[in-house]
Design a protein around this ligand. Structure first.
Ligand code: CP
Length: 307
C-alpha cells in the first residue's frame, strides 16, 4: 500500500502533491463504497477514534463520525459544553485521559491556532486537525479540491476564486495550499480589510471587485463572514457587505458562462449568497458535503496504515 508522507494530518502545508493525489485516489474507492447498498468496510476494525471538538461543528463532526463508522472503527465523541473542561481541565490532561482509554486516533477541532500541533508533540496517537482557529482546515480543502476534480476533471490549470472573509478563514489558507500544490491558478477576493497583507506572498492574485473575480474564474469558492472571530468592525454593516460582495443568481446569469459555485458551509443566506444562487444549477455545495465523507474515510485509512 502507498503511504502518506506524514503520520498526522495537521495541515495541507506539509503535504506533498503525491500525498494529495493518494488521498483522492483512495477517496475515489471509498466514494464507490458509500454509494453501495452495504456502505461499511472492515478496514479500521479494532481501531478506536476520539472526535474531540472544542468548537461548534455540524458538517465536519458528523462527516468524521460517519466516515469512522463506515470503516468499522470504534468511535467516542467529546464536546466541551458537556465535559470537565468546564471545570478547568487543561487540553493535555483532557486528551491524555481520553488516550488512557486506549484511543488510537484523535480528530480535534479547537479555537486556538496550533492546538493540534501541540498535541502531536505530546501524544502517540495520530492527530487529525478538524480546524484550528484561523489557521488550517485540511480535510475541508481536500474535499473542496476533490469536488473540483470530480466536476471539472482536474484541478491543474483551473482558475479558482476564493471570495469573502479571507483574513479569518482557515478554509481559505488550506485551500490556497492545496490548490497551488495541485497546479491551479488562485485568486482571493474581498474587501481590503478582510484580505491579509501577506496574502500575495502565497502566490495568489488579489482582487477587490467580486464581479471581476467571477468573470475571471472557473470556480468561485464563497466564504462566510466569520463574525465570531472579529473583535473590531472590518466593514460598516452586513447589509453593505451583501450589497458589494453578495452573489445572487442575476450576477451569475450575467456572466454568460458556466461557473461552479462552492461554499464550505455554514451559509449565511442573504449575506454572501442568496438562496437562488446557493440552490442554483451552478452550486455543488451538497456534493462537497457528500465528498467529505469519502475524503475523511481516505485520510483515516491512510493514517492508520502509517502506524
Ligand atoms: N465546513 C465546516 O467546517 O462546517 P462545520 O463548522 O459545520 O463543521
Amino acid at each position: 500500500m502507498s503511504k502518506l508522507s506524514q503520520r498526522h494530518l495537521l495541515g495541507i502545508k506539509n503535504l506533498t502533491r503525491q500525498d494529495l493525489e493518494l488521498i483522492f485516489e483512495t477517496a475515489d474507492n471509498f466514494k464507490d463504497v458509500i454509494n453501495r447498498p452495504i456502505k461499511k468496510v472492515p478496514s479500521l476494525r479494532d481501531v478506536t477514534i476520539a472526535n474531540v471538538f472544542f468548537e461548534n461543528s455540524t458538517r465536519t463532526r458528523l462527516s468524521f463520525e460517519l466516515a469512522e463508522k463506515r470503516l468499522s472503527a470504534d468511535v467516542v465523541n467529546f464536546s466541551t459544553s458537556t465535559s470537565s473542561v468546564k471545570k478547568g481541565e487543561t487540553l493535555l490532561d483532557t486528551v491524555n485521559n481520553i488516550l488512557a482509554m486506549k484511543v488510537d486516533m484523535v480528530v480535534m477541532r479547537h479555537a486556538s491556532v496550533g492546538a493540534p500541533h501541540f498535541l502531536a508533540k505530546h501524544i502517540k496517537a495520530n492527530i487529525i486537525n478538524a480546524g484550528d482557529g484561523t489557521h488550517e482546515h485540511p480535510t475541508q480543502a481536500l474535499l473542496d479540491s476533490f469536488s473540483i476534480r470530480e466536476k471539472l476533471g482536474a484541478v491543474e490549470g483551473k482558475k479558482i476564486a476564493i471570495i469573502g472573509d479571507i483574513l479569518h478563514s482557515r478554509v481559505a489558507l488550506s485551500n490556497i495550499f492545496a490548490l497551488k500544490k495541485l497546479g491551479a491558478e488562485v485568486m482571493v477576493c474581498g474587501p481590503p480589510t478582510l484580505l491579509p497583507k501577506y496574502i500575495s506572498s502565497l502566490g495568489v492574485m488579489v482582487e477587490w471587485d467580486v464581479k471581476k473575480a467571477l468573470a475571471w474564474c472557473d470556480v468561485a469558492n464563497v466564504l462566510r463572514i466569520q463574525l465570531e472571530r472579529q473583535q473590531i468592525k472590518y466593514f460598516p454593516s452586513l447589509r453593505e457587505y451583501s450589497l458589494y460582495y453578495g452573489i445572487n443568481k442575476n450576477i451569475l446569469d450575467d456572466l454568460k458562462k458556466e461557473i461552479v459555485l462552492m461554499h464550505p458551509g455554514p451559509i449565511n443566506r442573504g449575506v454572501e449568497l442568496t438562496s437562488d444562487a446557493a440552490d442554483s444549477h451552478h452550486s455543488i455545495i451538497l456534493d462537497q458535503v457528500e465528498n467529505g465523507v469519502a475524503i475523511r474515510m481516505a485520510v483515516l485509512y491512510l493514517l492508520a496504515g502509517a502506524n
